[in-house]
Design a protein around this ligand. Structure first.
Ligand SMILES: Nc1ncnc2c1ncn2[C@@H]1O[C@H](COP(=O)(O)OP(=O)(O)O)[C@@H](O)[C@H]1O
Ligand SMILES: [Mg+2]
Length: 217
């Protein structure tokens, strides 16, 4: 039976006004879930709540069997380092270092090896000796995705990971992410405004009028 990796129960959150309430979601091994919705609807906030970065006003998030907002700093740090793959809009690559050095930092911290097949698949193997500052935006984006996957995370949270990419490269990145979760019994939550990308996932949800609702794709 496939294992549940993430469960969110009755999540509610507000900043200046209520963004959403009673959000419930369950994510299993090998599963990919897309969350779509208009700008400002709270998609990024929800992803931050699922991934240890924002404690919701109400509700619980269980990741890999742990109630994440009852953990201490050290336990959260460990969970992020070994089990979570965080692909957010700004990719925090070190500009003065090479692509390879950037990926090595992640693999050393998580005690993994660099996966050459992955670099080839993302069409960035030849770029490894180059400094990040010399690469195009789309190339940097793929290096940052390679860096995240090289850690061998169990759950991947991606916020518009294909937003700055041309269609062909966006499709390649999605294929790589989906292949990865299949091969590693991992799972993906993807936030996107691109319906075509959402359709590549197993299930899709729409955040609208403060409710997260499953939509058929
Ligand atoms: N840290 C924060 N403090 C105050 N308001 C915030 C914060 N983060 C997001 N918001 C507000 O919450 C709303 C939803 O933001 P966000 O989750 O980024 O939406 P989306 O990703 O769907 O565009 C916006 O109105 C935004 O200004
Ligand atoms: Mg957002």
């Amino acid at each position: 039976m496939s294992q549940t990796l993430l469960t969110a129960k009755n999540i509610a959150h507000k900043f200046d006004y209520e963004l959403f309430s009673d959000v419930n979601i369950e994510l299993k091994e090998k599963e990919s879930i897309a969350i779509v919705g208009r700008s400002g609807s709270g998609k990024s906030t929800l992803l931050h709540i699922f991934s240890t970065f924002i404690k919701p006003n109400r509700g619980d998030v269980t990741l890999l069997g742990k109630n994440i907002y009852s953990l201490n700093e050290e336990q959260i740090e460990e969970l992020r380092r070994y089990n979570l793959g965080i692909i957010f809009q700004a990719h925090y690559l070190f500009k003065g270092m090479t692509a390879l050095e950037n990926i090595e930092i992640a693999t050393i911290l998580s005690k993994e090896k660099i996966d050459n097949d992955l670099l080839e698949r993302l069409e960035i193997k030849e770029l490894m000796p180059q400094k990040i500052g010399e690469l195009s935006g789309g190339q940097q984006q793929r290096v940052s995705i390679a860096r995240v996957l090289s850690k061998k995370p169990k759950v991947i949270f991606a916020d518009e990971p294909t937003g700055n990419l041309d269609k062909e490269t966006a499709k390649l990145v999605m294929e790589v992410l989906l292949e990865y979760i299949e091969k590693n019994n991992s799972a993906l939550i993807l936030v996107t405004h691109d319906v075509e990308m959402a359709e590549l996932c197993n299930r899709s949800f729409k955040l609208k009028e403060k409710i997260l609702k499953e939509i058929s794709t």
